[in-house]
Design a protein around this ligand. Sequence first.
Ligand code: SAM
Length: 185
Amino acid sequence: MQTLSNAIQVNHCLLKEVVKDAKLLVDATCGNGLDTLFLARNTQGAHIYAFDIQQKAIDNTKEITREYAKNISYICDSHINIKEYVGNKSIDAVLFNLGYLPEAAHEITTHADTVIKTVDIVKDLLKTNGIISIVAYPGHDEGYNEYLSLLKYTKMMDKHIFTACWYRLHNHINAPALCWIEKQG
Ligand code: SAM
């Protein structure tokens, strides 16, 4: 069996343990709903907030997760407004899968400045050992910009409060990159 996998597979593999006993989970970019579905299937009782700025993405996510709908709040708004919905509740894990919906307009994409501001907000809502996971796609222009901005931002995080690490297939061209930020105990 192959051990090393792409960023999304590794992300899900790592998240399974965190999600299992979680109480509050956030999919910051729900898109077609695959990550929200992963969260819903792997948690025993968390409430999930699923954000996207596109109504089409919210509809797609609702459709694919309909059997778990009572545990999910679907929010058509930018993740930067997360506090309007979650308040100051502590969060077990926040997922960002950056970029655009594959079959929709590529201009509607995540942006480095908004993502960094949102990460900066949610890092303070994480419970101890809570996780922010981010999959970035350096293969397109804004994705590269997001990747560089996040590398810089995570390098500056206080190592006494957060552990930040990166995973990326090194000999693949334009491979997605996975960032994990964990709040320390
Ligand atoms: N996680 C999704 C899945 O499993 O199908 C894929 C996400 S897709 C790569 C990125 C999504 O981010 C798009 O649907 C896009 O509309 C959304 N997005 C862009 N800017 C956003 C923002 N500020 N807040 C929330 N979602 C945003």
